[in-house]
Design a protein around this ligand. Structure first.
Ligand code: TYD
Length: 145
């Protein structure tokens, strides 16, 4: 894997939307619709107005972040460049690769953030210290797998 990840490695993935008179359905199949296998799913909900989530990077984890309800903003930072996305469509996901700092905020009332993750929860995979993150990026990402 390229060890020097940038925000250009992160992108919106258009998922399938199967519409009929009964409503819409979006399937996500690991490896076909997204470039990783899914080992974990979690979701954020009942986020109070004005709160922010995230504030960390991962060493090896790939994630797809989906606004399955409502909307919120995701800001990505690779140590050099920053990019913000407003997620508000249940049939689109934001692919976030390892080695990217992320912040989630501007949650609309009742919004639900679904995250598909490539690995089970592992506290060791987190970089929660911003200065440590910057140091790792400047050291050419040798700490990221
Ligand atoms: P945290 O990482 O702070 O949430 P976020 O950064 O997405 O806003 O996680 C909050 C708590 O939940 C923390 O104690 C770790 C725990 N947690 C799990 O047990 N399993 C998981 O899959 C996740 C994402 C978090």
């Amino acid at each position: 894997m390229d060890k020097k990840t940038t925000i250009n490695d992160c992108r919106i993935i258009d998922l399938r939307k199967i519409s009929d008179v009964r409503g819409n359905l979006t399937p996500v199949e690991a490896s076909d619709d997204i470039p990783f296998g899914i080992k974990r799913v979690y979701y954020l909900y009942d986020v109070p107005g004005g709160e922010s989530r995230g504030g960390h990077a991962h060493k090896a984890l790939f994630q797809l972040i989906i606004a399955v309800g409502g909307s919120f903003a995701v800001t990505l930072y690779d140590g050099t460049n920053k990019k913000s996305f407003v997620l508000n469509r249940p049939y689109q996901g934001l692919l976030v690769v390892p080695g990217i700092w992320r912040e989630l905020d501007d949650f609309s009332s009742g919004s639900v953030c679904l995250v598909l993750a490539s690995e089970k929860y592992n506290a060791e995979d987190y970089i929660r210290d911003y200065d440590e993150f910057l140091k790792m990026k400047k050291a050419n990402d040798t700490s990221f797998s």
